[in-house]
Design a protein around this ligand. Structure first.
Ligand code: WTA
Length: 636
């Protein structure tokens, strides 16, 4: 028998040991007993981090939607699979059963086929958090198409980049989206981006906000009438274990966003197994992850992980502040939520509004609370624990990345004693290492270093779409024979991990990864800007906010600085999205550079963090004299 549901700490250590001493045997047992295969594998694992190449369950045949939907039909056909909670509180929630999910996914799959989508094709999904989003994602998987979900808060430029990078021929979107009191013109954004996406021949449009939009003849089609006509039966395409399942873009420190490619079998096994244990999931639970499906957390822990376990997963369209700051807690009470999983930013924002919004609701159904996406500070952790969990629901501080596919370091609730701000112990099968800058592993406890993983796990991304070289350089070149996360971590006296932050030029703002380079490129497009540099600085709610240092061109005219700031943020919003706007913009005469011309962000970061008295030796800079000027004008 495999250890699919870990119940106590001794069992965790025992299973962990097994998973590390004989990973192939361990994962083979999990895969064999808990999933539906059309054909078993010939080989459990082959890997080589120097290439890098990783293959799990090679030779196996399956379809992930059979595992997430069909196999539940007999035993759980009338159970709610997706519980849709709309933005507007007056609109009724929808309980979509496994049977209905099956029908809708099959219909959507048939619509995609009728528009010429074939196995291996990439499908861009740019939808709000509505049931059609889940249907589309699963419909792609049903027919072997590769979904590329783009978060519907990204701008038209960002969307176009992602459509073109993986060559999507079709986009699924909606007339618009609801976001609290606002509506967003998603179709308009799609139209704009398609001006630079020649490959897109078809756009399917779900009706959501009933707005007037223009439909381009022979390109744009309303989804609903097509769905109504489509058959509700669609045989699943039988896929190889290593066939691509999806592409999901994440920001890098330089250049283009990286299209992380995940494949089928290993991803399914790991997303499912982590979901079961990290949320202590049992049959009658009502589980809610408030992330957007546009991020990896939504892929693995709204859709694939929960559905593979036959769970009820809440799909929330709204925002935490609408109609008021009690929305999360009201929804917990309304649906008797048992597991609630959100981001530290949301917790901090709600904590700031006071406990009255929490007190009004009965939260006694909660048995597990989770956080993800960024470090959680001690104060927010305790606020969550005291006011939401009433010290009864353990908090799982889960660490992972788009590249990882599933949760990597986390407590297991009711198993691992928690410790505020600590993600605690590696999940089963995960072998972390802390490395020093000379490339040596740091052994022992009470140490900190760069976080690497020494051994492949089933859901590791296999490549960056179209750029394997970059995949190797980014993740497998910093440390020999190890996957490098880009994060720094410390290990305490008992071996618990605390993730302390990024060591590269990625800044996590409100849980969103932002690369400095694309933002600087956007700023530099402003005609008055000569050069710019972005750093992060601590922000009470967002975790980090962005601080921009901008050198203006000497045009002889004087410009109103506040207007310039607005214009710069406007360009960023257009090129990337509102999440990348700068909180502070300091105009400066120069930027500190090394003799080879590289901007010294370390110094800029310290200045923005009010640590200018601790800059270290700056005499080796090309232009140490600029530093004084920057410090004088720092914005507080
Ligand atoms: C950060 C999100 C501290 C980390 C699932 C990582 C965290 C990046 C945590 C990946 C956590 C994620 N504690 N930091 N519990 N979870 N991070 O790809 O820096 O959007 O590298 O995946 O978020 O962000 P991504």
């Amino acid at each position: 028998m495999s250890n699919y549901h870990i119940k106590h700490l001794e069992e965790y250590f025992q299973v962990y040991r097994k998973s590390v001493e004989n990973p192939e045997k361990f994962w083979e047992e999990i895969a064999e007993e808990h999933f539906l295969w059309r054909k078993k594998w010939d080989n459990v694992l082959s890997w080589d981090f120097t290439k890098p190449e990783v293959k799990w369950f090679e030779g196996a045949k399956l379809n992930i939607t059979e595992n997430c939907i069909d196999r539940h039909l007999l035993t759980r056909g009338d159970k709610t699979a997706i519980l849709f909670e709309p933005n507007n509180i007056k609109e009724e929630a929808q309980h979509i059963t496994y049977k209905q999910l099956h029908q809708n996914v099959c219909k959507m799959a048939n619509v995609l086929k009728s528009k010429g989508v074939q196995k291996g094709d990439r499908v861009c999904v740019y939808l709000p958090m509505i049931p059609e989003l889940v249907y589309t994602v699963l419909a792609c998987a049903r027919i072997g198409a590769v979904h590329s979900v783009v978060f519907a808060g990204f701008s038209s430029t960002a969307l176009a980049t992602r459509i073109n990078d993986c060559d999507c021929k079709i986009v699924i979107t909606s007339d618009g989206s609801f976001r609290g009191k606002k509506t967003i013109d998603l179709k308009g954004i799609v139209d704009e981006s398609l001006e630079s996406c020649e490959g897109v021949k078809t756009v399917l449009v779900a009706k959501r906000i009933q707005s007037e939009i223009t439909m381009k003849q022979d390109r744009d089609f309303w989804l609903q009438p097509l769905l109504e006509e489509a058959s509700s039966e669609c045989e699943p395409e039988i896929m190889d274990a290593e066939d691509p399942l999806f592409i999901l873009y994440t920001s890098g420190s330089t250049g283009m966003p990286k299209g992380m490619l995940h494949t089928t079998a290993g991803y399914m096994v790991y997303a499912s197994y982590t979901f079961k244990n990290v949320f202590n999931y049992t049959e009658n639970d009502v589980y809610w992850c408030s992330a957007d499906v546009g991020w990896i957390t939504g892929h693995s822990y709204i859709i694939y992980g929960p559905l593979a376990n036959g769970a009820t997963s809440v799909l929330f369209e709204g925002v935490p502040s609408y109609p008021d700051f009690g929305r999360f807690w009201q929804t917990v009470e309304k649906h008797k939520i048992t597991q609630f999983y959100t981001a530290p930013t949301a917790i901090r924002a709600l904590a700031k509004e006071g406990v009255d919004y929490v007190k009004n609701y009965d939260l006694s159904s909660l048995k597990v609370l989770g956080t993800v996406g960024e470090p959680i500070n001690e104060e927010a952790w305790h606020w969550y624990d005291d006011n939401v969990g009433k010290n009864q629901a353990p908090i799982v501080d889960t660490w992972f990345q788009t590249e990882n596919g599933g949760i990597m370091i986390t407590p297991i609730p009711y198993v691992t004693p928690t410790k505020p701000t600590y993600a605690t112990l590696p999940f089963i099968g995960i072998q972390p290492a802390l490395m020093n800058e000379e490339g040596k592993e740091i052994e022992g406890n009470q140490v900190s270093g760069r976080l690497c993983i020494k051994f492949p796990w089933p859901s590791i991304a296999r490549t960056i779409w179209g750029n394997h070289k970059r995949y190797k350089e980014t993740y497998f070149s910093a440390f020999e024979n190890k996957y490098f996360t880009g994060d720094e971590a410390l290990r305490d006296e008992v071996g618990y991990y605390r993730i302390t932050g990024r060591v590269d030029d990625v800044i996590i703002v409100s849980g969103h990864n932002l690369g400095t380079a694309p933002i600087e490129d956007a700023i530099n497009e402003h005609p008055a800007v000569a050069e710019s540099a972005i750093v992060g600085f601590p922000h009470e709610i967002k975790g980090n906010a962005l601080y921009g240092y901008v050198i203006l061109k000497d045009t002889g005219e004087s410009r109103n600085q506040d207007n310039l700031r607005k214009e710069i943020n406007q360009i960023i919003t257009e090129q990337i999205g509102p999440i990348a706007k700068l909180d502070k913009i300091q105009f400066t005469e120069g930027l500190p550079k090394t003799r080879s011309g590289k901007i010294m962000r370390r110094i800029l970061r310290k200045i923005a963090n009010n640590e200018a008295d601790n800059l270290g030796d700056i005499s080796t800079l090309l232009n140490p004299e600029v530093v004084e000027g920057i410090i004088k004008k720092v914005l507080n």
